[in-house]
Design a protein around this ligand. Structure first.
Ligand code: G3I
Length: 331
């Protein structure tokens, strides 16, 4: 009998999966059996929910929330403010020029109020701001229209609007390359300064788009410790372990190579032993998908290149990685 992930990790943290309209059907049984949290992969992003100023589109997002309610799962909301998947109207005047700061902040406020209030009591945690920190160079924040037009405090404002709309919801800053020391320090700097100004932020989301070797276990441990030392909760929000190294651009593999899935299993085992060690700080671990029949990595960094990043294979059977993760929980 195959153990259920959500039961195995019950003493430590929630186990989540990103879903979309097609996986919600194709992976229904697997999701209901193993997971107790879901995140919408795209359906709660600005462009999905609010394609035109006067029009919201909640149907797909509602289906995900309903699915979660029907199966006793928690929902993480992803994401309110991001430089991607935000429709052009947000940053424009009706006449075509750039919107001014007041207009942009008013639009942000009204979007956040509408969305967060709709799911009040149903979505317990929101990725309020996603990926605002820059990966390279000396500057703290990534260039974006939000930053250009509204200035640095677009971040603080987003958290304030979200908190006003649902004072119970946990509010997160979410980012990738979160375990790379230079970026980690910038993220810490941002979160520290928000806390110092008493901005309502409750956690850091570690996306955790990782591979068989990067980031090192040491870097992951240090990232967890540094973020935890800020006095915030930690959610692992988008975990996947690519079987390819960053520089590997091969596109011809139809099946994993010999040894790949065993190396992945070992890696997953170490990662979950670490998460368990920090179970006091980590309250949720979400995969950016559920099984290898669908992953965004099939189109990244090379379009159409198959990847096998999860604990379940394309037929939803447990992989060696599943076995090691369960072993990690029980050891
Ligand atoms: O909806 C259109 C569809 O109409 C069209 O036919 C199709 C053709 O390519 O594209 C569809 O849109 C795609 C969308 O996913 C929905 O499938 C976009 O091209 C594609 O770019 C988009 O990718 C998403 C990506 O965010 C966008 O940046 C991925 O699914 C999603 O997994 C990914 O998720 C992000 C997190 O939100 C933030 N962290 C990183 C993570 C991975 O990139």
């Amino acid at each position: 009998d195959i153990p259920k992930l959500r039961e195995v990790f019950e003493p430590y943290f929630r186990i989540g999966a990103a879903v979309n309209p097609s996986t919600l059907t194709a992976q229904r049984e697997l999701l209901a059996r193993h997971f107790n949290s879901v995140t919408a992969e795209n359906e709660m992003k600005f462009a999905s929910l609010h394609p035109e100023e006067e029009r919201y589109a909640f149907e797909e997002a509602d289906r995900i929330v309903d699915f979660a309610a029907a199966h006793g799962m928690a929902v993480r909301g992803h994401t309110l403010v991001w430089h991607n998947q935000t429709p052009p109207w947000v940053f424009q005047n009706p006449s075509g020029g750039a919107a001014d700061r007041e207009t942009l902040l008013a639009r942000m406020k009204s979007h956040i109020e509408t969305v967060v209030s709709r799911y009040k009591g149903l979505i317990y945690a929101w990725d309020v701001v996603n990926e605002a920190v820059s990966d390279d160079g000396g500057e703290l924040l990534r260039p974006s229209k939000w930053l250009d037009i509204a200035g640095e405090d677009f971040i603080a404002k987003a958290f304030e609007y979200a908190h006003a709309a649902d004072p119970q919801a946990l509010l997160f800053y979410n980012d990738y390359n979160e375990s790379v020391p230079e970026k980690r320090e910038k993220i810490c700097e941002l979160v520290r300064s928000l806390k110092e100004r008493e901005v309502p932020i409750h956690g850091v989301g570690l996306q955790a788009h990782w591979n068989l070797v990067h980031p090192s276990l040491d870097d992951i441990r240090q990232a967890i410790e540094r973020y935890a030392s800020l006095g915030v909760k930690l959610h692992v929000t988008e975990l996947d372990v690519s079987v390819f190294l960053h520089e590997d651009r091969r596109t011809d593999l139809k099946e994993p190579e010999a040894g790949m899935l065993e190396r992945q299993a070992e890696r997953y085992g170490r990662i979950f032993r670490l998460f368990k060690e920090y179970g006091e700080h980590i309250e949720s671990v979400t995969f950016w998908g559920a099984a290898d029949d669908y992953t965004w990595l099939d189109n990244f960094p090379v379009r159409g290149r198959k990847n096998w990043p999860f604990l379940f294979d394309a037929g939803h059977r447990p992989k060696p990685s599943f076995r090691e993760v369960v072993e990690a929980a029980r050891s």
